[in-house]
Design a protein around this ligand. Structure first.
Ligand code: CAA
Ligand code: FAD
Length: 379
């Protein structure tokens, strides 16, 4: 692999770094404390092209590669993991899924405003009884001729209340199991579509997570994505790419916590010396540096394979599995290095520790990544 970044990739990385420092850092503690969605920053992210990074410019996107996306995600997540998940869902689940699998009409109508950041999207697979076990969909979409009638509940939906366009996975033929599942484009405001209360979360508190309720929602036939029965394959293939986004989010959280811990260890004195001179502290930093470098390599490898059109089911899962563990380990030790200061909000690392945990849960738990990897390598 060629690890040298191109001029363009370096430029994107710098632009994301500058944006995170100027637009996300101020207020990040307050937004976490009050569970406040970063609305202004998300609007600006759209204007800068960060919400449709990999989408072809003919659909309003920035036309960049997945490596650039990883670089930008890392910079955003380093400062604000909540803004990063909004970006990840819009880019690698919603826009990527639509660009690859939607019809030209669907793209013109729905993808263009999503890629430009005029509106944001949500990806709705999980249900109260179908999280890891995603084929057990209880939400139904009954074929009524010119439309489907959608009924059921989706859980834990990121951008749940702030999105305008929702990709909803539903069972259309129970007899056919996962081959009887379809994916639909649903608009906010359609009769029978209700948004539940916002979840009170441990971390990524700036992102809005809601359950969604559908009662006899009429979904026009032309809003089905792909051929009849394509919905589960759609979800799985989209998630393969999405996992690179969450891996990069985890990488950013880890890098952010590491940088803060390193700085603190060089400044804070105990026993007449900077604490970095105590080997127990220095070794924690060494472990962090090794794991973060390895996580970054896995993210880059998966992104490069995606750009080459290769199957990324294994490499995406590996990147997510390792980077999320790294985020967790690094943030826990970053808090430890900060001592008592690590336990209060103004030093950032306690928030990063809370934010890190979700990366081991959503877009497939770590246990599910191991299932994907082990089944893949057994093939
Ligand atoms: N890529 C492509 N296809 C895949 C796949 C993958 N990674 N994993 C499974 N499939 C296909 C299989 O090939 C099979 O298709 P065929 O029958 O046509 O061969 C079909 O899917 C069913 O596969 P399995 O028999 O392996 O199904 P299973 O029930 O044993 O479980 C699973 C599969 C991998 C566990 C899957 O259910 C899964 O990924 N679960 C996790 C769900 C998840 O990641 N949810 C995330 C929600 S979105 C989100 O979380 C967003 C956010 O937070 C921000
Ligand atoms: P379960 O599936 O009930 O799992 C419980 C535990 O059992 C886990 O540790 C799991 O790893 C383990 N387990 C389950 N099956 C196995 C197995 N076969 N082998 C070994 N261990 C197993 N979903 C969306 O569709 N869209 C979103 O935008 C979205 N955003 C989210 C945002 C947040 C903040 C959260 C918390 C969740 C979000 N999710 C979203 C849902 C998320 O993808 C699920 O929570 C996740 O897939 C796990 O499902 P579950 O919660 O039902 O846990």
């Amino acid at each position: 692999m060629d690890f040298k970044l191109t001029e363009e990739q370096l430029m994107i990385q710098q632009a994301a770094r500058d944006f995170a420092q100027t637009e996300l850092l101020p207020g990040v503690i307050e937004r976490d404390e009050h569970s406040k969605f970063p609305a202004d920053a998300v609007k600006k992210m759209g204007e800068l092209g960060f919400l449709g990074m990999m989408v072809d410019p003919k659909y309003g996107g920035a036309g960049l590669d997945s490596v650039s996306y990883v670089l930008a995600m890392e910079e955003i997540a380093k400062v604000d993991a909540s803004a990063a998940v909004v970006m990840s869902v819009n880019n690698s689940l919603v826009c990527a899924g639509m660009e690859k699998y939607c019809s030209e009409e669907q793209k013109q109508k729905y993808l263009v405003p999503l890629a430009t950041g005029e509106v944001i999207g949500a990806f709705c697979l999980s249900e109260p009884e179908a999280g890891s076990d995603a084929t057990s969909q209880k939400t139904t979409a009954i074929d009524m001729g010119d439309h489907y009638l959608l009924n059921g509940t989706k859980n834990w939906i990121t951008n749940g209340s702030t999105a305008s366009t929702y990709l909803v996975i539903a069972q259309t033929d129970v007899e056919k199991g996962h081959k009887g599942i379809n994916a639909f484009i649903v608009e906010k405001g359609w009769a029978g579509f209700e948004i539940g209360l916002k979840e009170k979360k441990m971390g990524i508190r700036g992102s809005d997570t809601h359950s969604l309720m559908f009662t006899d929602v009429k979904v026009p036939k032309e809003n089905r994505i792909g051929e009849d029965g394509f919905g589960f394959a759609f979800a799985m293939n989209v998630l393969n790419g999405g996992r690179i986004g969450i891996a990069s989010q985890a990488l950013g959280i880890a890098q952010g916590a590491y940088e803060l811990a390193l700085k603190y260890a060089k400044e804070r004195k105990a026993f007449k010396t900077e604490i970095i001179n105590h080997q127990a502290v220095a070794f924690k930093l060494a472990d962090m540096a090794v794991n973060i470098t390895a996580a970054r390599m896995l993210c880059m490898k998966a992104a490069a394979e995606k750009d080459n059109g290769e199957d990324i089911s294994i490499s995406g899962a590996m990147a997510k599995l390792f980077a999320s563990q790294t985020a967790m380990d690094t943030t826990i030790e970053a808090v430890q290095i900060h001592g008592g200061n690590g336990y209060v909000s103004e030093y950032h690392v306690e928030r990063m520790m809370r934010d890190a945990k979700i990366t081991q849960i959503y877009e497939g738990t770590s246990e599910i990544q191991k299932i994907v990897i082990s089944r893949g390598i057994a093939k």
